[in-house]
Design a protein around this ligand. Sequence first.
Ligand code: FES
Length: 133
Amino acid sequence: MVRPDGPLICKGDADITLQDADHKIILKDKEFALCRCGLSKNKPFCDGTHKTKELKMTQAFNDERKEDINGIVADMIITVKTNAMYSIKGPVTIFSRDGLSKTTRTKAALCRCGFSEKKPFCDTKHKKCGFIA
Ligand code: FES
C-alpha cells in the first residue's frame, strides 16, 4: 500500500522476503514499512523521517503495465537494489491508501530514492539524483 507522503506498507498472507542485491536476506515477515522518500536513516525501512519534512509524494498513480495475477501462486521477494529501486517479484497488488489507484503485477520496480516522477514506480531518476543507499 502506497501511503501519501509516506512509506510503502508491505503486507502478505505469507512471509515476504526482503533481500539485498546479493540475495542476502534482510527480513522475512508478513508486514513491514519501506522508505520511499530516500531520507530514512534506517533504510530500507521507514523510520518516520518523512513526517519531519514537507514532502510531496502522491499516493495516486496510473499503471499501463497492469498484469493479470489470477491463479498465480509464488513467493513474494523484494530486492533492495544498491543505490537504486526496490525490485519486486511475485504476484502483488499495489494500491493507494485511498483505494483509488490499484494495479496488479508479477514484477515491479518501485522508487526508494524519492525523486521519481512516476511514483510509486522507479523512472531511473536515482541515477541522476546521486542516491546512495
Ligand atoms: S529509485 Fe527513485 S527513480 Fe529509481
